[in-house]
Design a protein around this ligand. Structure first.
Ligand code: FES
Length: 78
């Protein structure tokens, strides 16, 4: 074997503060041996560990970012 393949490389896009976008379909093997399958063209894998659908992203990473932003602002007067 030469170590090369005719198969195209799988593209993984790292979203800053968000998920890893992987070209699907994918099979994800969890530490306990469970296999989760997603057949979408692009699958978002959770990198923050906050997803209730782990290993898939459920956008929970966004809620944390908004909370951080609003708490960083000084109090607004209305
Ligand atoms: S990266 Fe989106 S919920 Fe974790």
């Amino acid at each position: 074997m030469s170590g090369t393949s005719d198969r195209a490389a799988t593209r993984v896009v790292v979203v800053p503060g968000g998920p890893l976008l992987v070209e699907g379909p994918v099979e994800v093997v969890l530490p306990n041996g469970t296999v989760r399958v997603a057949d979408r063209p692009v699958v978002a894998l959770c990198a923050c560990r906050r997803s209730r659908r782990y290993p898939f992203c459920d956008t929970s990473h966004r809620r944390r970012a908004r909370a951080d932003r609003s708490s960083a602002r000084p109090g607004r007067q209305g």
